[in-house]
Design a protein around this ligand. Sequence first.
Ligand SMILES: O=C(O)CCC(=O)C(=O)O
Length: 233
Amino acid sequence: MIAIERPGLKLRHGSAWLQGHGIATESLRQRLAQEVPWGQPLVRVFGRQHPTPRLTCWMADPGCSYRYSGQVQPITPWSPSIAPLRDLLEQELGVRFNSLLLNRYRTGDDRMGWHADDEPELDNQAPIASLSIGVPRDLRFRPRRSSLASAEAPFSLCLDDGDLLVMDPPTQAHWQHALPARARVRTERINLTFRLIQPSTAMQSISTRAAFGSAATSTQARAGETPSPNTSA
Ligand SMILES: O=C(O)CCC(=O)C(=O)O
């Protein structure tokens, strides 16, 4: 894997990592498209509800809940095609991930806005491991305004079919990422972002954020529907 480092940012990029582990990505993409119960949650922006500009699913161990657009998303159990990927990542990284956000970008119109994966229920000492399947798309990075990296230039990383991207701590504290729309892309990409949640804190942080409404800012930004504030809830 290739290391990419900036102040406050530590990434590891493995090209064609899935193929290198004997996985046929096109048949994996087709199985995921069929077997995952994809949804399109509504996100509230300036008082109006809009569908998120991509399909999603939250797969996790029991107790590892995730709040999206003011609602706790249903936990989908690990599907047959995903469970072996979780085992492979454990062998590679020494981390047993307990949750996964799946994103399905049907065409280049589907996207994700600026955000950091810094929800309080996430273990901020653990890496986040992202697998890409399908058409290449650019993942953009920019420093958070108030961070030690604020003078650094934004940059893009092209994530191709089968790539593994590991975002190590303290990346989420200092940088944001986004997947912008791409007008010329007419085919699909599925992204699997494995995370480690602290189950004991999950429900507590969810109810606290619901009470103070702070989750909405992060959710709107991630959904790609807002003017992308350079902050994260
Ligand atoms: O699709 C991607 O590569 C980005 C996914 C992402 O940013 C996330 O799940 O938080």
